[in-house]
Design a protein around this ligand. Sequence first.
Ligand code: 0PR
Length: 384
Amino acid sequence: MNEIGVSEEEIFTLLDNAKKKDFRYQRVLSSMCTYPHEIAVKAHMQFIESNMGDFGLFRGTHEMEKEIILMLGEIYGCSSVEGYLTTGGTESNIQAVRAMRNFSRDKGSYDSSKVRPNIVVPASAHFSFDKISDILDVDVRKADLDNDMKVSVPSMESLIDENTVGLVAIAGSTEFGQVDPIVEISELAISRSLPLHIDAAFGGFILPFLPVKYKFDFSLPGITSIAVDPHKMGLSTIPSGVLLFRDFEYINHLRVHAPYLTVDTQYTLTGTRSGGAVAATYAVMMFLGKKGYTEVVNKCMELTRYLVKKVQSIGIQPAIDPVMNVVTLYVPHPTSLRTRLCREYDWHVSITQNPKALRIVIMPHLDFDIIDMFVDDLEKALKA
Ligand code: 0PR
């Protein structure tokens, strides 16, 4: 660190230089994040100093947080909903599994001194569940997928035993954008008296606004918690995640006594939390409303269908019929094609693991011209 600070002008030269090295989202076809809505940015800046870790000091921000939880509870069919803003899907998933584990432990369902509890998740679960296994010392059992990349319910069932503390299903998988058979999984959870967490980090701001309705929310009685990320398709600022619980029963197992704060209990994982992200999420949800989000989702889905049609016309097939705005394409040698697209054409795409396919996420920063340019370059790269 400098002994004496540098001028504002020099700082902004440094920042501009750093910014030039970042890729512009217009060339990024692999991200589940996008430019936040300008209303969200303004709101975030207005509450930049607000700390939800001690929300007794920031009562106005806390009221907005409660409003966000109620708005999402309404969309997801639950008036008794409880929850809070997290830093994103990883934290929401950690806390959901922690609540399941503690719930079972506290009611004595397994002997925590002798047994390692387990959870059953789809093989398509986000890698945050590998972190969870390590952090929470929970065995994460991965159930098989069918040909459409949805989890097989019989496979999930076969992995449940007396030390299982909960189930997880995905509404919008990271790699394929697929939705698991959540109605059946909810029934399974009820029949085995297990809590069920839905990872809707990506799909939570898509599925309610699609013309085809998928059941993935609290209207299904087996579901106990849902993760949804406003910083993905919710167009809020980073870090904005939300963890929702059907009622107080589960979140209560996350309670920690918090001495010396203005509030005496905390249910969150982190202490200090961004009030800016709360304001941003509240502002963009109020501003767009259901109609605004429906328009965003419609645009992304229109572009998704357009991309699929274009690549089919050059002989490339999608790995699955897209359910949401994630397109996976069977191409020869996906890994080297991805590298070529990056190095020679400045396109940033990703690849799926199993089966290997090129993966493209159609976020709101894309448009028809960008898709046209991408497919032209894809065709050239495939011929090279
Ligand atoms: N659950 C699902 C279904 C996800 O897709 C993701 C992230 C998470 C949980 C974890 O969310 P956080 O990263 O907010 O903790 N999915 C993307 C991924 O890891 C996130 C991402 C976003 C990746 C932007 C790249 C990128 O440029 O692939």
